[in-house]
Ligand binder design. Structure first.
Ligand SMILES: *Cc1c(COP(=O)(O)O)cnc(C)c1O
Length: 407
């Protein structure tokens, strides 16, 4: 990689590092254009995007059908606030509720806001419908979770890096080991209103619970009158080869939390989608967002969902995901500890830090990012060509079969 002081890359890196907060540790590539699964940097080099903005780009970069709607809507009306109605939100809600097999949609912007919305929804259901004493509601969460970055959400994270220096935190959360059914059952009390979980822990390192766990957890929650709240912000909308990762075990949550690919990467759109019995407890003034449900976001999200259907990207994810896993499993390398995945979501767990390998993949034109220190996450746009996918696996093979010299 050439980042001599003359390059535009080096210049932009220096400006950003001076004027921008350092809350990320990005790879040293500065993207200027993108199309489909490919991005081009400011030096004109092309890379295959195998991160997809943490699965916000399932439909690929700058999808032409979404772009068309985006431009049309942006030139008509972008924001009304919820003080007035707009002609896009109703259709978005109707569409998304049907996809989720649920009744009511509450639109927000970022994923974390949708998680916060689900927390509020679950708590107020607990008080109004389950009879939990005021202020005593408990939500069970999982060790190793990632649900976003607000102060409430990081408070129930088990990752010290997310929390250090940001306390005090919101009470009312109880953590159980991920995938541990007995621990979940034991943690439920009369004050438990919800079980909040990721069907696959992506930030946690592409961790999957034992087969049958989701099904069993859903049954336990139903028996004990605990809301099942699935954070599918990263796993939903085709990433795992199904509309939702919960579908793999025929689980229907009471609340879905969605974001990321909901808008195909054009615009932040998230939503908390739930059963009427829960969502009807929101009343005017109880919750809101200035930009949530705006007509530009709603139009873009509908177009993004339509692309998933029109291009059969869910089926494509399942099919290419199998190709990806089969190909990855042919790599013989002493640094590989485990390979996990489903659909176009794969994690290669290494026996050593993954960062240096991601830097080497960058040099070879493959963009990916280490997660949880020792895992390389591979999650390309679902529109990726099979030949590109196999080329990528070849790059991964090359990199993993030549040892990294850490200086
Ligand atoms: C990305 C993510 C979030 C947070 O979404 P933001 O849009 O970054 O706030 C929450 N939960 C999961 C599972 C995620 O992957």
């Amino acid at each position: 990689m050439t980042t001599s002081s003359q390059t535009r890359t080096a210049e932009l890196l220096a400006i950003e590092d001076t004027w921008g907060a350092h809350n990320y540790h990005p790879l040293p590539i500065v993207v200027a254009h993108a199309q489909g699964a490919w991005v081009t940097d400011v030096e004109g080099r092309r890379y295959l995007d195998c991160l997809s903005a943490y699965s916000a780009l399932n439909q690929g970069h700058v999808h032409p059908a979404i772009l068309k709607v985006f431009i049309e809507q942006a030139s008509r009306v972008t924001l009304t606030s919820r003080a007035f109605r707009n002609d896009q939100l109703p259709l978005f809600c109707q569409d998304l509720a049907a996809i989720c097999r649920l009744d009511v949609v509450l639109p927000m912007n970022s994923g974390a806001e949708a998680v916060e919305t689900a927390i509020k929804a679950a708590r107020q259901w607990g008080y109004a419908r389950k009879g939990i004493p005021d202020g005593a509601a408990e939500i069970i969460v999982c060790g190793g979770n990632f649900h976003g970055r607000t102060t409430t959400i990081i408070g129930f994270s088990s990752d010290e890096d997310y929390k250090r220096g940001f306390g005090p935190f919101t009470p009312g959360f109880v953590s159980v080991p991920y995938g541990d059914l007995a621990a979940l059952e034991a943690a439920i009390t009369p004050n438990t209103c919800a079980f909040l979980f990721e069907p696959i822990q992506c930030e946690g390192g592409i961790l999957m619970p034992p087969a049958g766990f989701l099904r069993a957890a859903a049954d336990v929650c139903r028996d004990r009158r605990v809301l099942l709240v699935a954070d599918e912000i990263q796993t939903g909308l085709g990433r795992t080869g199904a509309w939702f990762a919960c579908d793999h075990e025929d689980v229907q949550p009471d609340l879905y939390i969605l974001g990321k690919a909901l808008s195909g990467g054009f615009y932040p759109v998230s939503a908390c989608v739930g059963r009427r019995e829960v969502m009807e407890l929101f009343t005017p003034g109880s919750h809101g967002s200035t930009f949530g449900g705006n007509p530009l976001g709603a139009a873009v999200a509908r177009a993004a969902l339509q692309v998933l259907r029109d291009e059969q990207l869910i089926e494509r994810s399942a099919k290419l995901g199998q190709v990806l896993l089969d190909a990855l499993r042919t790599i013989e390398s002493p640094v590989i500890q485990a390979i996990r995945g489903i659909g176009l979501l794969a994690g290669i767990e290494l026996r050593e830090p993954a960062r240096a390998y991601c830097e080497r993949l960058l040099e070879r034109g493959v963009l990916c990012k280490e997660t949880h220190e020792r895992v390389i996450r591979l999650a390309p746009p679902l529109v990726i060509e099979e030949t590109d996918l196999l080329w990528m696996v070849d790059q991964v093979r090359e990199v993993l079969t030549a040892p990294v010299r850490n200086a």
